[in-house]
Design a protein. Structure first.
Length: 557
């Protein structure tokens, strides 16, 4: 029996081929093979009047691949569609099925979250058919993006200096422009702090007669200092043990944020390297996927990985370092389709395979590996000490923290800021008085919220529900490519064009280009995938608002 496996990426062929053996022929579609045509009304490739029926054509340069795939299908008795395990991958499988005219009883859909021998072989034992709800969700997203992208971009090009507008990018740009305006409008306020300096530590003025207060001017700071003596009463010394939990394993957004902050990687660079680690790396004589699928909004871990990792921790660090599986808070925007991002084999430590990786691959694999490992390690423990001093009704506070058990920080400390602040042991002091060396005042000014970085913008988009794992990196790149933002010291500054486009869109499209509407649409796409919502209704409801608004904008903008 001739068996054909179609994957998206050619780099998967070698890895999967080794696992499946000679009974299978593995070929690649090299990503999408079809997209919406640019014919019909407004060149949308969508028949608006006929329930938004899409017309698909081969992507430029893909005809040769399609012809070759058709020959492979014709010469095979069974076809396995093994594209990526997300909605886009499901849509690609459907396009292959439809374009290659594969018979329903001669194909199976195979899904795997990691490219390792056991997982691949198990996936082929449990095939299914194409999930048309997932396909419909992705198709609806594509049609929405086409309508907005073509129609709104034409408006923007004719009325402004901009090149494009889009469902996600325009809302992200609005966040950047709004933040810039907050910064420009911000009026700083002066305030002062007072510190009592002692030989081994310093304490900061905290309250007056038990109430917090502010010091708005230097004269008021001087008045307070005049009322203080250099002798302070030791009011209390409290030490208690505190636990510090490890973080969850990575999902797409947190991987992009942490790689930006710790490795200085842009989101697109992070995803390209992660894709390579997922698809397969030559390690000695074997080709193996090193991490699980990198587009996910879940932090779940498989039971097999958890059990293997617990054994690894006990064997390498000791029983007291074995942690627990943290309870996962349900995120209403999470699809939870896959596991979190983790190494496929906890025994493949970064240093053991360093020679097979590029420097950037090694850095990112190390980050992913130690984040997943640390998530299953014991809490770190600290002794947190608080000293309260009293002086003429004013109380000063000093806090310190000493690590007593490193726990998960044993492996993750390089990625987390954690320093001991040691205070003297005043609890054993016979005297209830302590003499300061000096009392100092310092001037400060309030600061506005900082400009967005890639990391903080992705975090904000995720929290607002206006992005999904597959969209963050693309949105960042479009904003930069279109010259709507410039990046200085990792911070986003809107350009004059970016600001103009935002203002024009808000003037005419504030009912659509906003956080609430975009988040609502993302939720509706999720509900289509779960068979809870009709795709035609989503498209029609949107178009009935969008098209009249657009026509008005063409006249009045």
């Amino acid at each position: 029996m001739k068996k054909l496996v179609i994957v998206e990426s050619p780099s998967k062929i070698r890895t999967i081929g080794k696992y499946l053996g000679n009974d299978y022929k593995i070929v690649s579609s090299r990503g999408h093979i079809r997209d919406l045509a640019t014919t019909g009304k407004y060149g949308l490739g969508v028949d608006i009047e006929n329930n938004f029926h899409p017309s698909y054509v081969a992507i430029k340069g893909k005809n040769k691949i399609i012809t070759e795939l058709k020959k492979d299908v014709k010469n095979s008795d069974m076809i396995y569609l093994a594209t990526d395990p997300d909605r886009e991958g499901e849509a690609i499988s459907w396009h292959l099925f439809d374009a290659l005219k594969i018979k329903k009883d001669l194909y199976e859909r195979v899904v795997f979250n990691e490219i390792t021998k056991d997982v691949i072989l198990d996936a082929f034992k449990h095939p299914r058919k194409i999930d048309m709800d997932l396909v419909k969700s992705q198709e609806t997203r594509r049609i929405l993006d086409r309508i907005i992208g073509f129609r709104l971009s034409k408006l923007i090009q004719s009325k402004t200096g901009g090149k494009s507008a889009g469902r996600g990018q325009s809302v992200a740009l609005k966040l950047i422009v709004d933040r810039e305006r907050e910064i420009q409008a911000f009026k700083e306020t002066e305030y002062w702090t007072i510190d009592a300096v002692f030989p081994e530590f310093k304490a900061t003025l905290d309250k007056y007669h038990g109430k917090t207060f502010e010091i708005p001017s230097e004269s008021e700071a001087d008045d307070i200092i005049d009322k203080l003596s250099k002798s302070f009463n030791i009011d209390s010394v409290a030490t208690k043990e505190k636990k510090k939990e490890s973080k969850y394993p990575f999902k797409t957004s947190t991987l992009q944020q942490t790689a930006s902050n710790k490795l200085n990687f842009g989101s697109s660079k992070t995803m390209k390297i992660a894709q390579k680690l997922y698809e397969g790396t030559e390690i000695g004589k074997e080709s193996i996927g090193l991490i699980t699928y990198m587009r996910t909004d879940s932090v779940r871990l498989s039971d097999v990985f958890i059990n293997d990792t617990f054994k690894y921790i006990e064997s390498n660090y000791g029983k007291n370092y074995v942690g627990y599986v943290k309870k996962i808070k349900k995120d209403e925007n999470s699809q939870d389709a896959h596991e979190g991002i983790r190494p496929t084999d906890i025994n493949k430590t970064p240093d053991s395979i360093k020679e097979y990786l590029t420097n950037d691959e090694y850095k990112l694999y190390s980050l992913i590996y130690y984040r997943a490992l640390s998530s299953l390690m014991a809490d770190a423990k600290t002794n947190a000490t608080t000293i309260i001093l009293e002086n003429n009704g004013y109380t000063f506070k000093a806090t310190g923290s000493v690590l007593t058990f490193d726990g998960y920080l044993k492996v993750y400390s390089k990625y987390e800021d954690s320093e001991d602040v040691i205070l003297p042991d005043l609890s054993t002091s016979k005297s209830k008085l302590i003499i300061s060396d000096d009392i100092l005042k310092e001037q400060h000014y309030t600061k506005p919220l900082p400009r967005y970085t890639e990391a903080t913008l992705i975090k904000e988009m995720e929290s607002l529900g206006i992005g999904r794992p597959s969209t963050y990196a693309k949105t960042m790149e479009i904003l930069k490519e279109r010259d709507y933002v410039i990046v200085k010291e990792k911070k986003f500054f809107p350009t004059e064009t970016g600001t103009e486009i935002t203002d024009k869109l808000q003037e005419h499209f504030n009912s659509i280009i906003n956080v609430e509407y975009t988040a609502k649409m993302e939720n509706e796409l999720d509900e289509i995938a779960d068979a809870k919502y009709e795709s035609i209704k989503v498209l029609r409801d949107f178009y009935n608002i969008f098209e009249p608004t657009l026509k008005n904008a063409f006249e009045k903008m």
